[in-house]
Design a protein around this ligand. Structure first.
Ligand code: TXA
Ligand code: MG
Length: 321
């Protein structure tokens, strides 16, 4: 039996120990501004295989490489003028750029699942930045949950989801954004949105021109990670609820969130603030995911700004297995 995960406040000693573990090919969870990441040495086939195994993740779904700064990003991938512009506008921050792998890059080919591109990001969270700086090599990190499950926004969630599969959890409190990074394909002629996040299409367009937003055809995912069912609790999720069954739990939104009925209820944002709702989304879905609840009824969330990302996650949480 492997030991239980070691949850550590992010002291400099804990960061140093996390670096030792990562260099030895072990898995370390760490906070980012979006969600907790499960990190592995991106240059090691062995470590990357262990990451896929710990998540139960299909090997065709590539990982995001996390680096300390744009200079470190340029050692693993190739950035044209447009990608450089995007990186300088949004890094450090919640934007992942899918760009061509650099020929002869030190990355394990497993990281990008055999693709010629790689997703790269410079996270803005101080603990993530301290870790990446100290470790001095690219770290592949996926959301620190079992594949298909709800992303973790607090250290406890990582422990619940991965248990002894993670050697150490660097605990940095709750993630300030709470929803995963925007993923943008910047490897082709036209920019293509692969996953909505808190960096909006409008913000990207103001820096780098038009962005294509593909119609979500679940039969033809653009990104290997766009599997239709994802972010899913173990019980069914029902969207656009205007009433609640007596055996259902309610995930409400806004001041009118007081529909009668249900066995449990929480409100993503009583004031109707979409940023607050994004920040609460995954933790509240987890909280309502109880065997005693028949399903989770979710009220309508406006599809504006970060609400687009919230609706993307909810739609996939609600997709039947
Ligand atoms: O906010 C985030 O991005 C978090 C934190 C930990 O950084 N990470 C995260 O990783 O959400 P993950 O593995 O749960 O999601 C990565 C997404 C997947 O949808 C994957 O398919 C896509 O990024 N992706 C990664 N590399 C890609 C590539 N080369 N081409 C297309 N999509 C890619
Ligand atoms: Mg994920």
């Amino acid at each position: 039996m492997m030991p239980r995960p070691d949850i550590q406040p992010p002291s400099s000693a804990a960061v140093a120990r996390a670096c030792d573990l990562l260099r030895a090919g072990d898995l370390v969870a760490f906070p980012t501004e979006t969600v907790y990441g499960l990190g592995a040495d991106a240059t090691s086939d062995h470590a990357i295989s262990a990451l896929f195994a710990a998540k139960g993740r299909p090997e065709f779904n590539p990982l995001i490489v996390h680096v300390a700064d744009a200079a470190a990003a340029a050692e693993v991938a190739s950035f044209d003028a447009r990608a450089t512009l995007l990186a300088s506008a949004f890094w450090a921050g919640p934007l992942t750029l899918v760009v061509p792998r650099l020929p002869g890059s030190p990355l394990s080919s497993l990281v990008s699942a055999g693709l010629e591109t790689v997703g790269v990001r410079v996270p803005g969270h101080p603990v993530a930045r301290a870790l990446l700086k100290a470790v001095g090599r690219p770290i592949a990190a996926a959301s620190a949950n079992r594949s298909g499950g709800v992303s973790p926004t607090a250290p406890m969630h990582v422990g619940e989801s991965l248990g002894e599969r993670v050697a150490m959890i660097l605990a940095g409190g709750r993630c300030p954004i709470g929803i995963e990074s925007t993923v943008l394909d910047a490897s082709r002629d036209r920019l293509v949105l692969l996953r909505p996040g808190s960096v909006s299409v409008g913000e990207i367009e103001s820096v780098a021109g038009p962005v294509e937003v593909p119609d979500r055809d679940p039969e033809r995912p653009q990104s290997p990670g766009q599997l239709s069912r994802h972010y899913a609790p173990s019980i069914p999720v029902r969207l656009n609820a205007t009433s609640v069954g007596s055996d259902e739990a309610l995930l409400a939104f806004g001041p009118d969130g007081l529909i009668r009925g249900g066995v449990a209820r929480v409100n993503l944002s009583p004031q109707g603030d979409l940023y607050e709702a994004a920040n609460n989304l995954f933790a509240m879905l987890r909280g309502l995911d109880k065997p005693g609840h028949a399903s989770i009824a979710v009220m309508t969330i406006p599809a504006q700004g970060i609400g687009i990302a919230i609706n993307d996650r909810l739609r996939r949480a609600a997709t039947a297995p």
